[in-house]
Ligand binder design. Structure first.
Ligand SMILES: Cc1cc2nc3c(=O)[nH]c(=O)nc-3n(C[C@H](O)[C@H](O)[C@H](O)COP(=O)(O)OP(=O)(O)OC[C@H]3O[C@@H](n4cnc5c(N)ncnc54)[C@H](O)[C@@H]3O)c2cc1C
Length: 381
C-alpha cells in the first residue's frame, strides 16, 4: 500500500489546480451572483480532458483512473464547487451511464461528443414526487412501433437547460416495480422534450439545474440504454461511482474552505495578535485538517477499489466516503465562516459561498439519511 501520489498524479493535480486558479477563480463571484452557467468554459475543460475523464481514448476521452477522477473534481471544487458539480454530473452520471451500459454504437454516437466537450450531458432520475424513493417515479415510456414515447417530467436535473444529451429513466412496466424501469438517451431538440422551471438555488448557482418536461417525446428504439427493465438496477451501479465523485467534491470544497480560514486566521489580528495565535482557532484548524485527510483517504479507497476491481460493486465504500466527506465539509464550511467573523457573512470573502454551496453535498446523489440506510443495509447483509 502506497499512499503517495504517482508523479503523473502530482502533475495532474498541479495542472488542474492551475487551470482552476486562472480560468475559474476570477469569475467565481460573478457566475454565482448571476446564476451564469459558464458555457464558455466547456471547450477549455474539454481540451484538458475534463469532460471525458474516465472515458477510453477510442471514445474521445482521457482514459484516466477513478483516483485521477477524484483529483480532478477535488481541485475544481477547491476553487468553485458549482463548476465541480457540473463536471461531476456530466462525467459521473450521464457519460458514466452510457459508458457502463451503452452499446458500442451508442458510445460512438453519444459518448464521444460528450467526452470531447462538444456536448453537455444530463441525467434524469429525480422527479417532483420521488427523490430518495426514486423507484416511485411516474414518467413512463411506451413502445409504439420502432419508437418509445416518453411522458412525464424530471426535477432538479443538472444541465436540464444547457444539456445536449440526456439519460433519463422511465417506467416501462408498472407491474414489475424497480425491474420495470428502463433508461433512454434523449437528444436536445427531439420534439416533445423541453426544459421546465430553472431553479433559483441557495448554492451551486453556476451549475444549471432545472426541470425537464416530456410530452409525447418519441425516441428511436435503439436509444434504449442497457437492457429493458434494468434501468433502475443500472442506476444504482452508476450511483456507486457517482457518489465517489460527490465525496471528492466535498473533500475539495472542505480543502478550499480550510485554506481560506487558515489564510484569514494568519492575517486577521485581535487583541494585538493574529487570531491564529488563539488556541480556540488552532483547534478548529487542526480538527478540519485531520478530518479532510480522513475523508480524502475514504474517497481514494473507494476509487482505488473501483480501479482495481471494476467488476465488484463499491456500494459500501462509496456511501461511506460520500457520507463522511459531505458531513465534514459542512462543518469545515461552517467554521470557515466562524473564523472569518463578520467578514464570513459578506460576499467579499469566499467563506459565505462555501457555506451555501456545501449543503448540496449532503443532499445530491442520495441524502445523508439515504447513505446511512445504504451502509446499514450492506452491514446487515
Ligand atoms: C443542485 C441539485 C442538483 C441535482 N442534480 C440532479 C441530477 O442531475 N439528476 C437527478 O436525477 N437528481 C438530481 N438532484 C436531485 C437529488 O438527487 C435529490 O434532491 C435527492 O436525492 C433527495 O431527493 P428529494 O429532494 O426528493 O428529497 P426527499 O426524498 O423528499 O427527502 C426529504 C427528506 O426526507 C429524508 N428521507 C427520505 N426517505 C427517507 C428514509 N427512507 N429514511 C430516512 N430519511 C428519509 C431525506 O433524507 C430528506 O432529509 C439534484 C438536486 C439538487 C438540489
Amino acid at each position: 500500500m502506497d499512499f503517495r501520489p504517482t508523479e503523473e498524479q502530482a502533475l495532474l493535480r498541479r495542472s488542474v489546480r492551475e487551470f482552476a486558479e486562472t480560468e475559474i477563480r476570477p469569475h467565481v463571484r460573478e457566475w454565482d451572483e448571476t446564476q451564469h452557467f459558464p458555457l464558455e468554459l466547456v471547450p477549455k475543460l474539454g481540451a484538458l480532458g475534463l469532460m471525458g475523464i474516465q472515458v477510453p481514448e477510442q471514445y474521445g476521452g482521457a482514459a484516466m483512473s477513478a483516483v485521477d477522477y477524484c483529483i480532478c473534481i477535488e481541485e475544481i471544487a477547491r476553487v468553485d464547487p458549482a463548476v465541480a458539480l457540473s463536471v461531476a454530473a456530466h462525467n459521473g452520471l450521464c457519460s458514466s451511464h452510457i459508458l457502463m451500459f451503452g452499446s458500442d454504437e451508442q458510445k460512438r454516437k453519444f459518448l464521444t461528443p460528450l467526452a470531447r466537450g462538444e456536448k453537455i450531458g444530463a441525467w434524469g432520475l429525480t422527479e417532483s414526487t420521488s427523490g430518495s424513493d426514486a423507484a416511485g417515479m411516474r414518467t413512463t415510456a411506451v413502445k409504439a412501433g420502432d419508437c418509445w414515447t416518453i411522458n412525464g417530467s424530471k426535477t432538479f436535473t443538472t444541465h436540464g437547460r444547457v444539456g445536449d444529451i440526456m439519460v433519463t429513466m422511465a417506467v416501462t412496466d408498472r407491474t414489475a416495480g424497480p425491474k420495470g424501469i428502463s433508461a433512454f438517451i434523449v437528444e436536445k431538440g427531439t420534439p416533445g422534450v423541453a426544459p421546465g422551471k430553472k431553479e433559483d438555488k441557495l448554492g451551486m448557482r453556476a451549475s444549471d439545474t432545472s426541470e425537464v418536461l416530456f410530452e409525447n417525446c418519441r425516441v428511436p428504439s435503439d436509444q434504449l440504454l442497457g437492457e429493458l427493465g434494468q434501468g433502475f438496477v443500472n442506476t444504482m451501479q452508476v450511483l456507486d461511482a457517482g457518489r465517489i465523485g460527490i465525496a471528492a467534491l466535498s473533500v475539495g470544497l472542505a480543502q478550499g474552505a480550510y485554506e481560506a480560514a487558515l489564510r484569514y486566521a494568519q492575517e486577521r489580528k485581535a487583541f494585538g495578535r493574529p487570531i491564529s495565535g488563539f488556541q480556540a482557532i488552532q483547534w478548529k484548524l487542526a480538527d478540519h485538517a485531520t478530518r479532510i485527510e480522513a475523508a480524502r483517504l475514504l474517497t481514494y479507497r473507494a476509487a482505488y477499489l473501483k480501479d482495481k476491481h471494476p467488476k465488484t460493486r463499491t456500494t459500501l465504500e462509496s456511501s461511506m466516503a460520500k457520507l463522511y466527506a459531505s458531513e465534514i465539509a459542512v462543518r469545515a464550511a461552517e467554521d470557515c465562516v466562524q473564523i472569518h467573523g463578520g467578514y464570513g457573512f459578506v460576499k467579499d470573502y469566499p467563506a459565505e459561498k462555501f457555506f451555501r454551496d456545501v449543503k448540496l453535498t449532503t443532499i445530491g446523489e442520495g441524502t445523508s439519511e439515504i447513505q446511512r440506510l445504504v451502509i446499514a443495509r450492506e452491514l446487515l447483509r
